[in-house]
Design a binder for this molecule. Structure first.
Ligand SMILES: [Zn+2]
Length: 119
């Protein structure tokens, strides 16, 4: 992270208000403004997770795994749709094997059905 005012790298930044403008600045520069909050190093979690996902391939027997879990838990497409917040139509198409799940949906299903869809 870098201070938006002096450009120096800093472990910790402060969100401050300086002359009416909100900026993320280092401790030194923060003294020139009104400190709103402290910002600690933000890990780019989302990006690394997305990268991780894209490297994985969904298992070829994903449909079998999903169907088994759905039967075992006695779920309908409607139940799944409501539980994971995905359109029922999409769930139905995936369950019937018409379309493969998107990575996002596959990961939601993994969590909800407690199965592994990626190697
Ligand atoms: Zn600074």
């Amino acid at each position: 992270m870098r201070c938006e005012l002096c450009g120096e790298p800093a472990d910790k930044l402060y969100e401050v208000e300086i002359e009416g403008a909100r900026m993320r600045v280092c401790e030194r520069c923060a003294r020139n403004g009104k400190i709103l909050r402290e910002i600690s190093e933000e890990k780019p979690m989302k990006t690394s997770e997305e990268e991780l996902f894209s490297e994985k391939m969904i298992r070829s027997d994903y449909l079998q795994i999903i169907s088994n879990a759905v039967k075992r838990m006695n779920l309908s497409a409607d139940d799944i749709s409501k539980a994971i917040g995905v359109e029922k139509q999409e769930i139905k198409q995936v369950l019937s094997g018409k379309i493969p799940p998107t990575d996002e949906l596959a990961h939601k299903l993994e969590k909800f059905l407690n199965v592994k869809l990626f190697d």
